[in-house]
Design a protein. Structure first.
Length: 240
């Protein structure tokens, strides 16, 4: 944990904070204790923030933290589902961190009038990251930033997206991250190496199963491994 003034942020949340548009109001969806808006407001990065929680317990914790730090005039804690407690145009950035991709897609799909008035989405999915990238491009968003951060022995992908149609990245770019590849992110090699090791272990286990589903999973995994290894080869050969 890193001590950042009033609150402590994990490296993961610090990366999320780094992609929020400065100088403009933001919303943190699924805010938990409200650490992200507390950090952003207390550091003067944003003038105000809205922390949203769907459950009473986490809402009460976030509200308590905001009042504890005397920031209730700048941070409003709202109880509600996803983006629904927001008004269109009320904030410039909406951050969704620590959720599964399907949960994020559901939240965004259910509140498109609000989403379409945002200047930026900051997303930190926990799984199915290529699916989220593809969804963004299919719904007229494009990636503006991608970050990798290591926390303990886990790697997290943090991305920012803005409205505006751009060509769909290739299958490999969707899998790995078009901007992570383009910028040759310094953590990309160890991240891919770990992913490849994990996939190879799963592949070994699948080879002992002969069901049609297992065979299909094996084929998909072999294809993915081929793509990941191609990127690793390119990274090792490409000039910085």
């Amino acid at each position: 944990m890193q001590n950042d003034g009033l609150v402590k942020l994990t490296p993961r949340l610090k990366a999320v904070a780094g992609l929020v548009l400065p100088g403009q109001p933001m919303a943190d969806i699924g805010s938990d204790h409200g650490y992200l808006p507390l950090y952003l407001v207390s550091k003067g990065i944003v003038p105000s923030a809205i922390a949203v929680e769907v459950r009473q317990g986490p809402w009460a914790k976030a509200d308590h933290q905001v009042r504890l730090h005397g920031l209730e005039r700048k941070i409003e804690v709202r109880l509600g589902d996803g983006l629904k407690p927001l008004k269109p145009g009320e904030v410039a950035t909406a951050a969704l961190a620590g959720m599964g991709t399907q949960t994020m897609i559901k939240i965004l799909t259910e509140s498109m009038p609000i989403v379409n008035r945002l200047k930026r989405l900051v997303l930190q999915p926990m799984a199915e990251i290529p699916v989220l990238r593809e969804w963004l491009y299919r719904h007229h968003f494009h990636l503006t930033h991608e970050e990798l951060v290591r926390e303990g022995d886990r790697y997290y992908v943090v991305m920012a997206a803005g409205l505006g149609h751009k060509p769909m990245p290739s299958v490999t770019e969707l899998e790995v991250g078009p901007l992570l590849i383009a910028n040759r992110h310094p953590l990309l090699v160890p991240y891919l190496a770990k992913t490849i090791r994990q996939d190879e272990q799963v592949l070994l286990e699948l080879k002992n199963i002969t069901t049609e589903k297992a065979v299909r999973q094996q084929q998909l995994l072999e294809k993915r491994l081929e793509e990941l290894k191609e990127v690793m080869t390119w990274l090792s050969c490409a000039k910085p």
